[in-house]
Design a protein around this ligand. Structure first.
Ligand SMILES: NC(=O)c1ccc[n+]([C@@H]2O[C@H](COP(=O)([O-])OP(=O)(O)OC[C@H]3O[C@@H](n4cnc5c(N)ncnc54)[C@H](O)[C@@H]3O)[C@@H](O)[C@H]2O)c1
Length: 258
């Protein structure tokens, strides 16, 4: 038996990185998945890879998570394609590595739009689709940077902290309404995905050197693999976590214990 047999998952930012790794793992464990991304071609490629192994289990949709109308269209399409939605993984996000003084207002607003407005829109418009297919689970990607600040992460800290408490508000709302929909946040630290490309470019160093530098900040001494995050999402999406809502999982190799 798959751990998420019968689940129907909508995954944003699914064209690469943590989103694609999670889509592949969820499909392997029995779920249908809709891979949503602003990179529509990338989303299709991931869905095709999944369908090659698990025929008929993956669908792709183009979605800019900052666009309210596109959310409505994408969720309606996913609902039709999968026969419902009962897992929402709000994963799409962008980084931001500048101080409050060095961040221009447009950049600040863009990071809020992609990283936290998207979570609001996703929850708001997916919940009505999820209620008839409960039990359901919402998993929102914050970051360890949503819990611990850095001097040069003004916009990212603000957005990811917002995701953390928004997830709890959604959890309490769904519980109060008796929806049987849970909501939790995940908080990764450095994971080896294409998001590191921006840090490589800014630091002018190779991927291996960057990973070694980042690993020195992690008590376990390594950066994470995408599957380290995907396993946490799989658990939260499955009914194994049926008593967990309004909570958070840190996937940080021990950083936040210091
Ligand atoms: N990788 C890490 O070290 C790390 C650590 C903590 C948190 N996170 C968070 O995890 C999530 C995924 O990160 P990743 O490492 O896989 O990043 P990534 O850059 O590899 O992938 C992000 C995906 O989101 C998509 N995307 C970007 N803007 C979008 C938009 N407006 N609409 C729809 N899709 C959009 C991109 O096309 C891409 O496919 C992000 O929210 C990120 O902040 C990552």
């Amino acid at each position: 038996m798959g751990r998420v047999d019968g689940k129907m998952a909508f995954i944003t930012g699914g064209a690469q990185g943590l989103g694609s790794a999670t889509a592949m793992m969820m499909a392997r464990e029995g779920a249908k998945v809709t891979v949503a991304d602003i990179n529509g071609k990338g989303a299709e490629d991931v869905a095709n890879q999944i369908n090659a192994r698990h025929p008929g289990s993956a669908f792709a949709v183009m979605l800019d998570v900052t666009n309210e109308d596109q959310w409505k269209q994408a969720l309606a399409a996913a609902n039709d394609a999968m026969g419902g939605i009962n897992v929402l993984f709000n994963n799409a996000g962008i980084g931001g590595g500048t101080t409050v003084e060095d961040t221009d207002f447009e950049t600040f607003k863009r990071v809020q739009a992609v990283d936290v407005d998207s979570v609001f829109l996703g929850c708001k418009y997916a919940i009505p689709y999820m209620v008839p297919h409960a039990p359901g689970s919402i998993i929102n990607t914050s970051s360890i940077a949503g819990l611990i600040a850095g001097h040069n992460m003004a916009a990212y800290n603000a957005a990811k902290a917002g995701v953390w408490l928004l997830s709890k508000s959604v959890a309490l709302h769904c519980a109060k309404r008796g929806y049987r929909i849970r909501s939790n946040s995940i908080h990764p630290t450095f994971i080896d995905t294409p998001i590191l490309d921006g840090m490589m470019a800014r630091g002018g160093i190779s991927r291996d050197d960057l990973k070694a530098k980042l690993a020195r900040q992690v008590p376990l001494g390594v950066v994470g693999d995408p599957d380290d995050v995907a396993y946490a999402v799989l658990y939260l999406a499955s009914d194994e976590s049926k008593f967990i809502t309004g909570s958070e999982i840190k996937i940080d190799g021990g950083i936040s214990a210091m």
